[in-house]
Design a protein around this ligand. Structure first.
Ligand code: NDP
Length: 445
């Protein structure tokens, strides 16, 4: 990879990059199929990504006509890499086996290892013969929606495609590596005012929050809406708060420490609830919820903003869903994309139907939504949440931090980029957006 890296760092042209040979193998962070049983019988919290994630040299697969090789300068940790590395709720090799049966190109993905990672920024090295809009040398970020757009089920909303997959989670050849292999329609222009690592952390979480709150398939937030955001300084929550503020809404951010509460206020979110200080016990025990605790939480939300939420941005799942459904305003909406604390959720249906609430399921973002969300980053309207940076060989430690909820915002990972701070092509625009705004999570870390 060294000649490719030197060429990129020296500003080589697309033609020069295209003339360099691509290597037969590359460094990649993988989980191994022969280790899926390594944590059997252990509690989730004891399963350790540092034991299951390995840096290995893997073969570069052949390029399909609709794909691109991208030299990955930086990537990020998403919660899906935590799931993959603890083999929960299912080993992701099951996805690869199923995918491998779809076509001869898909068969490449069914391997005894999986290269993980669902975010990246980098430089296009090669494009397949059917790719028209991208060429070697293009600086890109990558969204994770991998879809066969020849399937008619993908035509209206690509998230409804029967073959929709998340790259680096339900596919192989993910972004935590020196090279990644992606469909060309996953590529988006890299925001020119951001460094490689700042540009790498956004696509997955930012696009998810965009669809949940702004896109026509989500909660369709409008001016003045009160939006309760769980995990408001986490990956998706940190983007959600920005969308609420940008769209004229009123965020109520829930976090779990005074430091996170300070960060949230620095982002411009005035109504903050520290759930650790509040000590809410929505579940009395493993099987019984406590409505009086939902009420106490609801009162605290009202005390913070004077009314009940029009929208609840939900993702913790089992711990909070009962409370989320309860506190939403009459006619309000709960939009959910996840279940970090458990997917068998429970709520009191009477509060749901009698008060005519809505529950919307959301998952990543379609091409359009991902593109719009990236555009808002490029225009400086949404800021990256980068709080810490790790080298590729310490991905296990970075994933461990996310698993243990010891992080804020997003953790970036340097893949080919030798140091932080490289890749800023438009310093004047960066200055206009404001260093303080761009680095707010980094300064608080
Ligand atoms: P992070 O870990 O960065 O943030 C989640 C935050 O949620 C935590 O920081 C924590 O904040 C809060 N939280 C965690 N557990 C609980 C709990 N039991 N009760 C209340 N709050 C809790 O993760 P992400 O934001 O990146 O992702 C959140 C979830 O969304 C994950 O499960 C992830 O897999 C999923 N996801 C789904 C996507 C999709 O397309 N469907 C896309 C992206 C993410 P605090 O402690 O401060 O309250």
């Amino acid at each position: 990879m060294q000649p490719i890296l030197e060429a990129i760092l020296n500003g080589a042209s697309g033609d020069e990059l295209a003339a360099l040979p691509v290597p037969e193998s590359y460094r990649a962070m993988v989980v191994r199929k022969d280790e899926v049983g390594m944590f059997e019988g252990m509690e989730s919290s004891a399963k350790d990504p540092r034991k299951s994630l390995h840096l290995e040299e893997v073969s570069l697969p052949e390029l399909a006509p609709d794909e691109a090789y991208v030299a990955v300068m930086a990537s990020s940790i998403n919660f899906n890499t935590v799931w993959t590395s603890i083999f929960e709720p299912l080993p992701t090799f099951l996805f690869l086996e199923r995918y491998g049966k779809e076509s001869s190109w898909a068969k490449r993905h069914d391997l005894p290892y999986q290269v993980v990672g669902s975010d990246a920024s980098g430089v296009v090295l090669r494009v397949g013969s059917a790719v028209r809009n991208w060429r070697p040398g293009d600086k890109v970020t990558i969204h994770c929606n991998s879809v066969d757009d020849q399937d008619p089920s993908a035509h209206d909303d690509s998230m409804l495609a029967t073959n929709q997959r998340i790259w680096g989670f339900e596919t192989n050849f993910g972004g935590l590596a020196d090279i990644t292999v992606v469909k060309a329609n996953q590529l988006m222009p890299k925001p020119a005012h951001l460094s490689w690592e700042e540009a790498a952390v956004n696509a997955l979480c930012n696009s998810t929050s965009y669809r949940m709150l702004v896109g026509e398939h989500g909660a369709r937030m409008k001016q003045g809406d009160v939006v309760l955001v769980w995990g408001a300084t986490g990956g998706i929550g940190g983007y959600a708060v920005q969308y609420v503020l940008n769209g004229g809404g009123i965020p109520v951010g829930v976090v779990s420490s005074p430091d996170k509460a300070d960060l949230l206020r620095d982002m411009g979110c005035e109504a903050v609830i520290d759930r650790a200080a509040g000590g809410y016990r929505f579940w009395k025990d493993a099987t019984t919820q406590d409505e009086s605790e939902w009420r106490r939480f609801g009162k605290d939300v009202r005390a913070a903003v004077g009314e009940d939420p029009d929208i609840v941005f939900e993702h913790p799942g089992r711990s909070t869903m009962g409370a989320s459904i309860f506190v939403a305003k009459r006619g309000g909406t709960v939009v959910t994309c996840a279940a970090t604390s458990g997917y068998m959720v429970e709520f009191d249906n009477r509060h749901f139907w009698m008060k005519l609430k809505r529950l919307i399921a959301s998952h990543f973002a379609n091409y359009r939504e991902a593109w719009e969300a990236n555009r808002l980053i490029s225009r400086g309207a949404i800021q990256p949440l980068l709080s810490a940076v790790y080298p590729l060989d310490e991905t296990g430690e970075a994933a461990y931090q996310v698993h243990k909820n010891q992080h804020e915002g997003k953790i970036g990972v340097l893949c080919l980029a030798p140091t932080e701070g490289l890749g800023i092509d438009d310093p004047a625009f960066r200055e206009k957006v404001g260093e303080d705004r761009i680095t707010v999570f980094r300064r608080h870390a």
